[in-house]
Design a protein around this ligand. Structure first.
Ligand SMILES: *Cc1c(COP(=O)(O)O)cnc(C)c1O
Length: 326
């Protein structure tokens, strides 16, 4: 099951110390995992998921992939790139109306050859199925990837990522105590949760919630638990997962999805100006803000080894140019 995938990315992604930030927070040793360097049209965490999802689509004999997201969706941009690589048609259902100018990820999705559909405010799961029916009726064989690629198939990418991390840590003779990352549609967290159990990783997961809203009537915790339960069964993991095993740090999502505050901007500027690493405003900027806040408050034990898992997204910076006036 874990072997059945395409090879789209550059793995293992680098893992290195964040020297300046460790100096700023001398109680901690701080490292970063560079999934912004996974490849596939600038990289990001969706590469790992798409290796499994697109393989399944091809195995099923599909010729077209449909997925959905925001106009600045990294997932849509990376799906378009993956489709290009294996010669599949890619249809993207995007929230909102067509803008006058294409910027950031939207521009990249277009360059990557995806067919773009501007769906107004109505981009729900039913719309995706409706859209699949329409294309199937036209003779296409469609494969639907859910938002963010977050089902069990996509999450396998992050089960595998834990194996990669374990090997990297053992080569570096390093133990990590806490892993911070942005969690939004849940596939990353579900995969890390399963992988942590499967490969006996000690580190505690510290997922920073990005979106305060429920999707399809489920809280993100419930949606993640559902993927984890299905995965545990298929991967023969005996642990009985419960809702209490799915933690989300909810203190940083109150502005809402994609609403950028000074907190994200400050976190992006800090990382850029001290480490030369680009974050993004929606996901990694918010997650990094959350991590720094927790370190500042000394809410985890001193001497901890901390890992920030960079999940990508910086190509959306070219859309958010007007918020960086500091
Ligand atoms: C999609 C995305 C995430 C969130 O990952 P999920 O698996 O959807 O929780 C985090 N960071 C970036 C840059 C993303 O594009």
């Amino acid at each position: 099951m874990l072997e059945n995938k395409f090879s789209f990315g550059f793995f293992p992604t680098p893992l290195h110390e964040l020297k300046w930030i460790t100096k700023e927070f001398p109680d901690y040793n701080i490292f970063i995992k560079r999934d912004d360097n996974t490849g596939l049209a600038t990289g990001g965490n969706k590469t790992r998921k798409l290796e499994y999802l697109v393989k399944q689509a091809v195995d099923l004999g599909c010729d077209t992939i449909i997925t959905a997201g925001a106009q600045q969706s990294n997932h849509c941009r990376q799906t378009a790139a993956a489709c290009s690589k294996v010669g599949l048609n890619c249809h993207l259902l995007l929230r909102g109306d067509e803008p006058d100018t294409y910027q950031g990820n939207l521009l990249l999705s277009k360059i990557l050859g995806a067919t773009l559909h501007f769906a107004g405010d109505d981009v729900k799961a039913q719309t995706l199925e409706f859209f699949k029916q329409k294309l199937d009726n036209e003779g296409k064989k469609c494969y639907v990837i859910p938002y963010g690629g977050s089902n069990l198939t996509g999450a396998l990418g992050f089960v595998n990522a834990v194996k990669e991390l374990k090997e990297q840590l053992s080569a570096m003779e390093l133990d990590i105590d806490y892993i911070f990352f942005a969690s939004c549609s849940g596939g990353t967290q579900a995969g890390l949760t399963l992988g942590r159990e499967l490969y006996k990783l000690k580190a505690e997961l510290m997922p920073i919630s990005i979106d305060k809203n429920e999707t399809n009537g489920l809280t993100l915790e419930q949606a993640i638990l559902n993927i984890v339960l299905e995965g545990a069964q298929k991967l023969n993991i005996t642990k009985q997962f419960q809702l209490s095993d799915i933690k989300l740090l909810r203190g940083y999502d109150s502005a809402g999805y994609g609403v950028i505050t000074d907190n994200e901007i400050d976190a992006i500027n800090l990382m850029a100006r001290n480490e030369g690493i680009l974050l993004d405003p929606v996901y990694t900027g918010r997650a990094f803000w959350g991590m720094l806040d927790i370190l500042k408050r000394k809410a985890i034990p001193s001497k901890s080894n901390v890992l920030f898992w960079h999940t990508g997204g910086s190509s959306s910076l070219f859309y958010y140019n007007d918020i960086f006036d500091k």
